[in-house]
Design a protein around this ligand. Sequence first.
Ligand code: SF4
Length: 192
Amino acid sequence: MREKINEFKKLSWKIRSCKKCELWKTRTHALPGEGNIFSKLMIIAQAPGHTEDREGRMFVGPSGKKLNVLFEKAGISREKVFMTNLLKCVLPHNRKPRPEEIETCAPYLDREMDLVDPAIIATLGYFPARYVFKKFGIEDELDFPRVCGEVFSVGAKRIVPLGHPATLLYRGSLEGKMVENYRTLRRLLDSV
Ligand code: SF4
């Protein structure tokens, strides 16, 4: 237990001081994952938003508020979840991540996945889903609308690609469907 905590501290320090790709120049904070490092559920989003970059915390901006609502309605305690991003630095002007940025930054996510070793991985949005699907050999070409909300099994792990809660900021009508997705996560959590 102590060893795992120390490994996370080392990893967090590396991420916070990282300058391995150009994104360090436009960030305020690089964000390591945060939450319960012993959790059975890991949530992987794309990259910190602007509020998160400014405050140095995961999911504290408008999309974080939507995520809190989804957790609450599904009966999931945020304190019990580990949350992280595919890219640890904010993307300027909310642009898409570039392949070389993903390739450079993803080893940090890989290390977080190794350390937490979650039974359930939920990805938020297209790019994290594509990365995790390739990593676990599920699909090379991701048809995101088709797989969104489905549960995929890889050995003992369950992988669930979901839409990003930020979608609810402009399409509130999707909330009911998203709550159902998070209830699925809750059922999976109860079963592991
Ligand atoms: Fe380092 Fe990742 Fe930030 Fe690039 S995005 S500077 S690789 S932490």
